[in-house]
Design a binder for this molecule. Structure first.
Ligand code: ZN
Length: 275
């Protein structure tokens, strides 16, 4: 959903660092892992991770698949030398913000293609995305079966510079806000579908609605005060200023969409804000 610069870590170097002290000698898979990483970068760049289906459930030996997955759990996460890379990947998200939800704090790494199905990609840097615990947990281990059902990859996918996150005001007391993903036509049909799929997969409508209701409750008295003092036009100007400020730094964040919707809602700025 939100871009993070590609890690720029060498897949072979990271893989080798995970071999140190590993329970099983997995050095024989080094070239296979590097080749998988190279193919991964090409496929991800084209938005076609489905092209890697032949890597699913590879290698054929069950114990080796388990040992490869374990390189992530017991080496990359826990062993000091390899852990440097884990920490570096985690630290890459701007403001420590999870790029999948664009809201919560990064606390882990998420496998874009799950290690349960793709053991060869278990410690490939391009497949490891900084994420919050909830997004990591919410994302199903199921792999998309069509290109347009894939969630977005923060290193490779570009949702465009335009607005895709919108909000509408629910004219109730207290006022609440509902969010939806409505990507612009210019990003293309597949990307539009993927943005919607991502929005649904990570439960962003619910997350944002809850955050917005809390923010609105906290600001209700200040907005009502401004309304009484300076009238509706001053409230609109204030809300637009807030929206512009958020947009300038965090495109398509819920704060921007919320302020934009509030500023544009005649009922809210005409007194609905008094609650
Ligand atoms: Zn998240």
């Amino acid at each position: 959903m939100w871009r993070v610069n590609r890690p720029g870590l060498d897949a072979r170097t990271v893989y080798r660092s995970c071999l140190t002290g590993a329970g099983a000698d997995m050095s024989r898979y080094e070239d296979e892992v590097v080749l998988a990483a190279t193919r991964y970068a090409v496929a991800a760049d084209a938005g076609r991770l489905l092209d890697l289906k032949d890597l699913c459930e590879m290698p054929a030996v069950k114990d080796d698949r388990a040992a490869l997955k374990d390189l992530y759990t017991s080496r990359l996460v826990r062993q000091a030398d390899a852990r440097r890379y884990y920490d570096k990947l985690k630290a890459a998200a701007p403001f420590g913000q999870c790029p999948l939800c664009g809201h919560r704090d990064v606390s882990t790494l998420d496998h874009q293609l799950p290690k349960s199905s793709y053991p060869l990609l278990a410690v490939v840097p391009d497949n490891l995305v900084p994420a919050c615990a909830d997004c990591n947990k919410n994302k199903s281990a199921a792999v998309a079966t069509t290109d347009d059902a894939q969630t977005l990859h923060p290193y490779f996918d570009d949702a465009g510079a335009g607005q895709w996150l919108f909000a509408t005001v629910n004219r109730a007391t207290p006022a609440t806000v509902t969010f939806s993903a409505e990507p612009p036509l210019e990003v293309g049909e597949v990307m539009r579908a993927r943005i919607r799929a991502h929005f649904a997969a990570f439960g962003l409508a619910g997350l944002y609605a809850m955050q917005a209701s809390r923010m609105l409750a906290g600001q209700q008295r200040a907005l009502a005060g401004l309304f009484e003092l300076a009238g509706s036009a001053a409230v609109v100007a204030h809300l637009r200023e807030q929206a512009d400020s958020w947009w300038g730094r965090f495109r398509n964040c819920w704060q921007f969409a919320m302020y934009q919707a509030l500023a544009g809602d005649e009922w809210f700025v005409g007194g609905g804000l008094r609650g």
